[in-house]
Design a protein around this ligand. Structure first.
Ligand code: SF4
Length: 219
């Protein structure tokens, strides 16, 4: 089995150094699109806040879905699942993906694996496809693509309204989407290395709803 060299970053919470490269949670791509300075406050300065009502509601619905899924779910190994999906449709939840190459890792809410394609679904509280949520789901697509290696089935990313079956956005993860997400990952790597500065949003409406606003010099 291939050995992976992984250790926590000495000063940034949530970052692991895997095979010599900073590796961060894919959910940060959503936070980066909202305001990257909030990533700095939370993980570099280490500011802790109470979860918001929306976060608590999201976690509760998420747990409910997970419990329902587990009632009929079978546990199978990743390689076996990939092989089975060449001939039958499989639904998997909470799949962990990690890409040391691209410096990202995270848990995918749900994947539909079919003989023709993979659909990677991220559940969101609303039904509007923000750039930040698209970046997050493309991050999962890239990490999944890197994890499965040589498999020429199409990969699509999708956003679904949490607790419903309403898929309100879906797009193929093609070369253009890969270029888009790799550009953002490059910026994130520069922020984590300190060669670029975490920038605050200039949208006061975001600051008004931000859980860090009482700690933030820009809020
Ligand atoms: S208060 Fe505004 S600038 Fe500060 S972290 Fe929150 S969203 Fe960003």
């Amino acid at each position: 089995m291939q050995q992976i060299d992984a250790k926590p970053h000495p000063s940034i919470k949530g970052v692991m150094i895997i095979d010599g490269k900073n590796n961060f949670p894919i959910s940060w791509l959503n936070q980066q699109g909202y305001c990257e300075y909030s990533i700095y406050l939370e993980n570099v300065r280490g500011i802790e806040t109470e979860p918001t009502i929306e976060m608590k509601q999201g976690q509760a619905i998420h747990q409910e879905l997970e419990n329902d899924f587990k009632k009929d779910a079978e546990i199978i190994d990743f390689k076996e699942m990939m092989k089975l999906s060449q001939t039958q449709e499989i639904l998997s939840r909470e799949m962990y993906v990690s890409s040391p190459k691209f410096g990202i890792r995270g848990l995918i809410d749900e994947i539909w694996l079919t003989p023709d394609e993979f659909i990677i679904i991220d559940d969101k509280p609303g039904s509007f496809a923000y750039n930040s949520t698209i970046n997050q789901v493309f991050g999962y697509c890239l990490a999944f693509k890197d994890t499965i290696g040589a498999d020429d089935r199409k990969i699509s990313g999708a956003l679904r309204q949490r607790g419903t079956s309403n898929i309100f956005w879906m797009q193929e993860f093609n070369e253009e989407s890969q270029r888009r997400i790799q550009k953002i990952l490059e910026r994130m790597q520069n922020l984590l290395k300190g060669s670029k500065h975490f920038l605050p949003t200039n949208n006061p409406r975001k600051c008004a709803k931000c859980r860090f606003n009482s700690f933030c010099e820009f809020g």
